[in-house]
Design a protein around this ligand. Structure first.
Ligand code: 3HC
Ligand code: NAI
Length: 712
C-alpha cells in the first residue's frame, strides 16, 4: 500500500510494501488514489512520494509477471501518467535503491531528491525486458541518448552523486529525508509544473541519434551474446526523438515483444533462482536445511596456499571485513601474494583492510581462526598432509574447508579427528571476482558446518550453492562430458575455432578450447596423469590409443601438452598467441597435428554444422545434470542452473542448462537427440540418456516438481 498523510500543505505518499516496496497491484491502486486525494484537497499544495523502510520502490513486482495481477488496472503507466500530469508539484524523495519502475516513477515526478547513499538505475535488461513505464523515453530526455543507452543496456546502478551530475537528481539532501523532502516541496509550491515535466522536453542532440546508435550497436550485440533485450532497449531509446506519445507507443510495442519472448521468463527464473539457493536443504535429508541448521560465527579465516586461488580468496575475505591469516610454504610466493592483494584492494580502504591480514609460514599461527580454507596444489596426498596438520594445530571447533576442484571430501575428512567439521568450499577463478561458491558436504559433515559454509558465502557476497560429494562435484563433473565431446568433434573434422565459434554464438563468453588455453591445458592433463589415464610421455604401456578402461578416449589434449603447449601462459595451446597478446590465433601446427592424428586413426574428416557442435557439447552436459539430480548430488535443478550461470558463463538469457533443457529444447526432443547421437556413437558413455530423463519423458514429470523450486 501507500500510506497517505499530510504535513501542512504537503501530502506525503509513503509506499509500504516490504521488502523492496515493489509496485504490486495494491501499491499502484493506493498511489493513484493518493494522488487523486491530494489533487482534490485544496489545502494540499505539493506532494512527496517516498518509500517506507529500507528503500524507494525497486520496481515492478516481478512475481506478478505473467499473472493477471500484472495487467490489473491501474497499471504502472497509469500511475506514472497521474504523477506526470498532476497539477501540484510532485517530489520523489529517494533512499535505498530506486530501480526499474521505481526510477521511472522518480523520472515522471517534477522534482527528485536523494540521500547520498541512494542508488538508481534501470536493470530491466537483466530480466529480459525493457524499462516499459517510460524509462526509455524520459531518461534520454535528461541525459541524452548515448548515456541512456549505456545505462539501460548495462542495467547498471548509479550513485546519487553521479545522478546529480547527470542532471537526474535535483538535490542531494543530508539528514532526515522526510523532513528535507517536505521542506523542499514547500519551497516549490505554486511554481508551474509544466516546465518540470520531463515528458515535455526534447532529447538533446536529437539529430545525432542514428549515429550514436550505429556506434554502439556492435559492442552491444557482442556483449549481449544472443540476448535480445539489449538491442530492443536501444530501439526503444531511439524512438525517444519522436513526440512523447509516439515514443511511448513504440516502447509499449517493444515491451510486448520482449515480455512474450522465451528469454524474459528465463531471465526472471535466473533472478529468483539466484535468491532461492539461499534457502538450501540437504539434498539427501530435507530435514537439514537453512531453517534448522545454525551457522557458527566466523570472524577470522585461515587461508592455506597463497597461489592463484588462495590470493583471490584472501582478497574476497578482506573485502568483506574478515580477519585473515594467510599461510604459504614458499616465501617468494607469499610476498608476491601480499603485493597483489595490496594492489587489488581499493585505494580508499587498502591500509585498513591490509591491517586485517596476517601472513604466516608456520601452521601454529592458524591456531585461533574460526575456519581454514585450504588452497594448496590439487594433490590428494598433499591435501591429506595439510589436513592432518590443520587438525593438530587448530582449536577443536575450527571448521576445515578445502577448495579442491573435485577431490573426494570424505577421503580428506577421514585423516582428521573432526570429519563433521570438514566441508568443501569450491571457489572459481578469479576468486575475488567470480560470484559462485560451490559448497560440498561430505558423508559426515554436520548441519552446523554446512550452515557455516553457506553463511560465509553470504558474508563475502557469493552465490553459495550446496551440493553433494562426487568426482568434480556438480560443475566440473558436468563440464567433463562437454570437454570430452568437444575433442571428439576434432577427431571427426571440426577445428578448435569451429567448436569455439559455435559455443560462443550460443552465448558462452568462451568456447572450450579458448577456455582451455586461458586456464592452462595442463590442469586437465595433470588430472589424467593422476588417474593413470595417461603419462607425461604418452599412453600407459599396453594401452589402446583410443580407449581407457573400456571408455572412448581422445589423446589429442595430452599430445598438445606433450608438445609444451600449455595455453596462454606458454604462448601456445590450442591456439597461438603473439607476445603480450591474448588473442587466440588458429595455428597451422595444431591443425596439422589434428589432421595427422585423424589419418593415423582412420577418421574421415567431415563438415560438422554449428547446430551439431552445440548439441554434441551441451546435451551430454545437461544429461549429466539429470544423473546428478537422480543421485541426489544436487537438491534441485535450479541449484545446477545457478552453478552454471555464476561459475561457467552459461548465458543467462537461456535460464541455465536444466531450465533450457526443459523449457526451451523440451525434454522429449532432448531425449530423442541423445538417443540419435548415442546410436551413432555407442561408445560415448555420456551420450546415453539418463534414466531420470527417460522416466520424466515417459511419465510427463517436470524438473521443478523434483525439488522445492516448484513455486518458480
Ligand atoms: N519484485 C518482486 N520481488 C522482488 C523484487 C521485485 N522487483 N526485487 C526484489 N524482490 C524480492 C527478492 O526476490 C527477495 O525475495 P526473497 O527474500 O523471498 O528471496 C527480496 O525481495 C529481497 O531481495 P534481495 O535479496 O535481492 O535483496 P537485496 O537487498 O540484496 O537487493 C534489490 C535489493 C537491489 C532491490 C534487488 O532485490 C534487486 O535488484 N531487485 C530487482 C530490481 C529490478 O529488477 N527492478 C526492475 C523490475 S522490472 C520493472 O520495474 C518493469 C518496469 O520497467 C515496467
Ligand atoms: P597454485 O599452484 O596457484 O597455488 C598453490 C599454492 O599452494 C602454491 O603457492 C604453493 O606454494 C602452496 N602450497 C603447496 N603446498 C603447501 C603447503 N603444504 N602449505 C601451504 N602452502 C602450500 O594453485 P591454485 O590454482 O591456486 O589451486 C589451489 C587449489 O584450488 C587446488 O586444489 C585447485 O584444484 C583449486 N582450484 C583451482 C582453480 C583455478 O582455476 N586455479 C579453480 C578452483 C579451484
Amino acid at each position: 500500500m501507500a500510506e497517505y498523510s499530510t504535513l501542512g500543505s504537503v501530502a506525503v505518499l509513503q509506499v509500504n510494501n516490504p521488502p523492496v516496496n515493489s509496485f504490486s497491484h495494491h501499491v499502484r491502486q493506493a498511489l493513484v488514489d493518493g494522488l487523486e486525494r491530494a489533487q482534490r484537497d485544496p489545502a494540499v499544495r505539493s506532494i512527496v512520494i517516498m518509500g517506507k523502510g529500507r528503500t524507494f520502490p525497486a520496481g515492478a513486482d516481478i512475481r506478478e509477471f505473467g499473472s493477471g495481477a500484472a495487467v490489473k488496472m491501474p497499471n504502472l503507466l497509469m500511475v506514472l501518467q497521474a504523477v506526470d500530469t498532476c497539477q501540484k508539484p510532485v517530489v520523489s524523495a529517494i533512499h535505498g535503491t530506486a530501480l526499474g519502475g521505481g526510477f521511472e516513477l522518480a523520472l515522471a515526478s517534477h522534482y527528485r531528491l536523494a540521500v547520498p547513499s541512494a542508488r538508481m538505475g534501470l536493470p530491466e535488461v537483466h530480466l529480459g525486458i525493457l524499462p516499459g513505464a517510460g524509462g526509455t523515453q524520459r531518461l534520454p530526455r535528461v541525459v541524452g541518448v548515448k548515456t541512456a543507452i549505456q545505462m539501460i543496456t548495462s542495467g547498471q546502478h548509479i550513485k546519487a552523486q553521479q545522478a546529480l551530475s547527470l542532471g537526474i537528481v535535483d538535490k542531494i539532501v543530508q539528514g532526515d529525508l522526510l523532513k528535507e523532502a517536505v521542506s523542499f516541496a514547500r519551497s516549490v509550491e505554486g511554481r508551474p509544473v509544466e516546465d518540470r515535466r520531463i515528458s515535455q522536453k526534447t532529447v538533446p542532440e536529437a539529430d545525432k541519434v542514428d549515429e550514436v546508435v550505429e556506434a554502439a550497436r556492435k559492442t552491444i550485440l557482442r556483449k549481449a551474446r544472443g540476448a535480445i533485450a539489449p538491442m530492443t532497449c536501444v530501439q526503444a531509446i531511439q524512438a525517444s526523438v519522436l513526440p512523447f506519445e509516439a515514443g511511448m507507443a513504440r516502447e509499449a510495442e517493444l515491451m510486448a515483444f520482449l515480455m512474450t519472448s522465451w528469454q524474459a521468463p528465463a531471465q526472471q527464473y535466473a533472478f529468483f533462482s539466484e535468491r532461492e539457493v539461499r534457502r538450501w536443504s540437504h539434498p539427501r535429508d530435507k530435514r537439514i536445511n537453512f531453517k534448522t541448521a545454525k551457522p557458527r560465527v566466523v570472524k577470522s579465516v585461515g587461508v592455506v596456499g597463497a597461489g592463484t586461488m588462495g590470493m583471490g580468496i584472501t582478497i574476497n575475505l578482506l573485502q568483506a571485513g574478515l580477519k585473515v591469516v594467510m599461510l604459504e610454504v614458499n616465501k617468494k610466493q607469499l610476498d608476491k601474494a601480499v603485493n597483489t592483494i595490496k594492489k587489488t584492494l581499493s585505494q580508499k580502504s587498502a591500509s585498513q583492510k591490509m591491517s586485517q591480514l596476517t601472513t604466516a609460514m608456520d601452521y601454529s599461527q592458524l591456531r585461533d581462526v574460526d575456519i581454514v580454507i585450504e588452497a594448496v596444489f590439487e594433490n590428494m596426498r598433499l591435501k591429506k598432509e595439510v589436513f592432518r596438520k590443520l587438525d593438530a594445530v587448530t582449536k577443536p571447533q575450527t571448521i576445515l574447508a578445502s577448495n579442491t576442484s573435485g577431490l573426494n571430501i570424505d577421503e580428506i575428512a577421514a585423516v582428521t579427528k573432526r570429519p563433521d567439521k570438514v566441508v568443501g568450499t569450491h571457489f572459481f577463478a578469479p576468486a575475488n571476482v567470480m560470484r559462485l561458491l560451490e559448497n560440498i558436504y561430505g558423508r559426515q559433515t554436520s548441519p552446523e558446518t554446512v550452515a557455516t559454509a553457506m553463511q560465509l558465502g553470504v558474508t563475502i557476497g557469493k552465490v553459495g550453492v550446496l551440493v553433494g560429494n562426487c568426482p568434480g562435484f556438480v560443475g566440473n563433473r558436468m563440464l567433463g562430458s562437454y570437454t570430452a565431446e568437444a575433442v571428439f568433434l576434432l577427431e571427426e573434422g571440426a577445428e578448435p575455432q569451429d567448436v569455439d565459434r559455435a559455443i560462443e554464438e550460443f552465448g558462452f563468453p568462451m568456447g572450450p578450447f579458448r577456455m582451455g588455453d586461458l586456464s592452462g591445458t595442463d590442469i586437465g592433463w595433470k588430472g589424467r596423469i593422476a588417474k593413470g589415464l595417461t603419462t607425461e610421455h604418452g599412453p600407459p604401456p599396453a594401452t589402446p590409443a583410443l580407449y581407457r578402461r573400456g571408455n572412448r578416449y581422445c589423446p589429442l589434449p595430452d599430445m598438445l601438452c606433450m608438445k609444451g603447449r600449455l595455453g596462454q601462459k606458454t604462448g601456445a595451446g590450442w591456439y597461438r598467441y603473439e607476445p603480450g597478446s591474448r588473442t587466440a590465433l588458429p595455428d597451422p601446427v595444431v591443425l596439422q597435428m589434428i589432421q595427422d592424428y585423424r589419418q593415423e586413426h582412420g577418421f574421415k574428416k567431415r563438415t560438422i554444422s554449428s547446430q551439431e557442435i552445440v548439441e554434441r557439447c551441451l546435451y551430454p552436459l545437461i544429461n549429466e545434470g539429470f544423473h546428478i539430480l537422480d543421485e541426489g548430488i544436487a537438491a534441485r535443478s535450479l541449484d545446477i542452473d545457478v552453478i552454471y550461470l555464476f561459475g561457467y558463463g552459461w548465458p543467462r538469457h537461456t535460464g541455465g542448462p536444466m531450465y533450457y533443457a526443459e523449457r526451451v529444447i523440451g525434454l522429449e526432443k532432448l531425449l530423442c537427440s541423445l538417443e540419435t547421437y548415442s546410436a551413432r556413437y555407442p561408445d560415448h558413455a555420456h551420450l546415453q540418456p539418463s534414466p531420470l530423463l527417460r522416466n520424466m519423458v515417459a511419465k510427463g514429470g517436470s524438473l521443478a516438481a523434483l525439488g522445492t523450486d516448484s513455486k518458480l
